[in-house]
Ligand binder design. Sequence first.
Ligand code: NAP
Ligand code: GCO
Length: 265
Amino acid sequence: MSNLFSLDGKVALITGAAHGIGYEMAKSLALAGAKIAFNSSNLESMKKGLESYKAEGIDAKGYVCDVTDEVAVSNMVSQIEKELGVIDILVNNAGIIKRIPMCDTTLSEFKQVIDVDLVAPFICAKAVIPSMIKKGGGKIINICSMMSELGRETVSAYAAAKGGLKMLTKNIASEYGEYNIQCNGIGPGYIATSQTAPLREKQPDGSRHPFDSFIISKTPAARWGKPEDLAGPTVFLASNASDFVNGHILYVDGGILAYIGKQPK
Ligand code: NAP
Ligand code: GCO
């Protein structure tokens, strides 16, 4: 059975994996045998990331690359091919959020979120697919969200981008499935990382942030997710164990999307 999940000899690029969800996903791929390449938007974060991998005994390669810059992504991919080999697994994880009521969101803010969360996965997938085809296959995992399915106040650009990313996932699966490329999504629920830190900040009186309590009540598991909760699903979607799974979004949300909510007492 372990052969089915083994990533021995595979090369994985995980975008935005110096910390947070990307870092934990990369660690799980490394533990399954893959060679790891990751990028950050800046040098300081990339160096910190490299130190974290080193402390875990993982020999990762770090790059500084803005995922919205097509030329920079293409250069990074060529460099990874030279240094580690053809990329077998791409995890489109880099992402940002802006929490602003829609009518107060400027066009440039809206476009910035769409660029990082939707356009960049297109750029990165386009950069790796030709070599995957030549090699005979590959795996692309797009990090979606609860907001690929649900809306909420203040996250219009993020929801539009993550909803679009769900459909980009299905389209890549449709277009490149015949080349043995599987493109699936992971839709994390509410995970405790720097992205969601403002939603978990303690109140001045020490009590929970109202959004924190709201998420606990909306989640059947009654807790926030941890980045480690994504390890198993990531290895599954990166390995031969998922060779006939294509265009699927695997929600890892402690049950949020299945739940109508607590009935009033
Ligand atoms: P995070 O800790 O803020 O990580 C985001 C990563 O994206 C960082 O590593 C950052 O790089 C990178 N990044 C942002 N813009 C970039 C750019 N232009 N070029 C290159 N890298 C860029 O947040 P996270 O919670 O781990 O989020 C990771 C992914 O999961 C995101 O796509 C997010 O939307 C998604 N997600 C998160 C949650 C959650 O509850 N936390 C739930 C569902 C989905 P630096 O190293 O430079 O900082
Ligand atoms: C928010 C959150 C979410 C989560 C996540 C949910 O403000 O509602 O930040 O968008 O980060 O994507 O799956």
